[in-house]
Design a protein around this ligand. Structure first.
Ligand code: NAD
Length: 305
């Protein structure tokens, strides 16, 4: 591990940029390249699994309703499975599918030996409850890491499958080579899907974590203390350049579809002038989420949960 990091190793005030000092543009963290490497590793692992077990590892997706973005996400997950040598089983239910119908399908998939991982694409239609459906997935097949059993295991630091986007965030942080122990980390967003599990993973990595949400009074102030800033609020351009501590690592989880295209939750051009490292949108966290889903599927297939 390098010790030349201004974040991890420099004595106070030495080599660390202060506010208002000229900054060099941030290093871009290339999530697409990192994800491609992770997927290649999964493909090799899937080939070993096939050799050992005489079948490919299997991922089942459950999509209820007609949400256009969800269809695109599910299609890209199936494409990624195919490329990595993972069998994928696609289950589509109508928008008015009953709770009993969805839970019945999950029970069948829980019992199916060809299915190692089960992913229920969120959001579900209004009359259904995503948390209720996630709770039905067997912990050993919970590749989304959203069941109460998986969330509890994460909170207690016990073995288990972790949610894919937070895992991807941690892998992106790791790629900077910076040691997280002792750093100040701020997470903007506290959802069960992203914000909370990211906060817990950072805590377990030894960071001092501040978790912001919609009722936080001074989000900008909390961001300015962050050596590591994770933004998952779903608000385009929420985090401005002058919210960022010079030299910080900034991971932008947000995906917002505007008329101008996809943008994140961080004002990217301002942020690159101040941050030390930053992820782009698209091409940052998004590709890592799918790579981590494949990795979780392999972990479930080998029974390493
Ligand atoms: P969510 O709506 O469930 O949660 C948003 C969180 O942000 C909440 O805790 C809310 O309190 C907080 N928040 C909202 N506005 C805020 C504000 N102004 N200041 C401080 N906190 C605020 O969303 P989510 O599912 O956690 O997703 C967040 C973003 O990440 C969305 O843009 C989503 O599309 C994106 N996302 C990306 C990936 C990926 O693979 N890149 C995966 C999941 C989610």
């Amino acid at each position: 591990m390098t010790t030349s990091s201004p974040l991890a190793a420099a004595p106070e005030g030495v080599g660390v940029l202060t506010f208002g000092s000229p900054a060099t543009p941030a290093t871009l963290i290339d999530g697409a390249a990192l994800a491609a490497a992770e997927r290649a590793a999964v493909a090799a692992d899937a080939a070993s699994f096939l050799f050992r077990h005489g079948r490919r590892p299997g991922l089942a997706t459950v999509l209820a309703g007609e949400d256009a973005a969800s269809r695109v996400y599910v299609a890209s997950k199936h494409r990624a499975c195919e490329e990595a040598g993972v069998e994928s089983f696609r289950h589509e239910l109508s928008a008015d599918a009953s709770r009993a119908e969805v839970l019945g399908l999950i029970d069948d998939l829980n019992a199916d030996p060809a299915v190692d991982g089960i992913l229920c694409q969120l959001p579900v239609p209004r009359h259904l409850d995503g948390a209720d459906i996630a709770a039905r997935v067997a912990p050993g097949k919970d590749v989304d890491g959203l069941s109460p059993a998986s969330a509890g295991a994460l909170a207690l630091g016990l073995p288990g499958l972790r949610p894919c986007t937070p895992l991807g965030v941690m892998r992106l942080l790791e790629s900077t080579g910076r040691r997280l122990r002792g750093l100040n980390a701020t997470v903007v967003g506290a959802s069960d899907l992203v914000g909370k599990p990211v906060g817990q993973l950072l805590l377990q990595a030894g960071a001092t974590v501040t978790q912001c949400h919609i009722d936080t009074r001074d989000v900008a102030g909390a961001c300015r203390t962050a050596d590591v800033l994770i933004v998952a609020a779903g608000v385009p351009g929420l985090v401005r350049g002058d919210w960022i501590k010079p030299g910080a690592i900034v991971i932008d989880v947000g995906i917002n579809r505007l008329a101008s295209g996809l943008v994140g939750d961080v004002a990217f051009h301002e942020a690159t002038e101040v941050a030390g490292w930053i992820t782009p949108v698209p091409g940052g966290v998004g590709p890592m989420t799918i790579a981590m889903l494949l990795q979780n599927t392999l972990q479930a297939a080998w029974g390493l949960t």
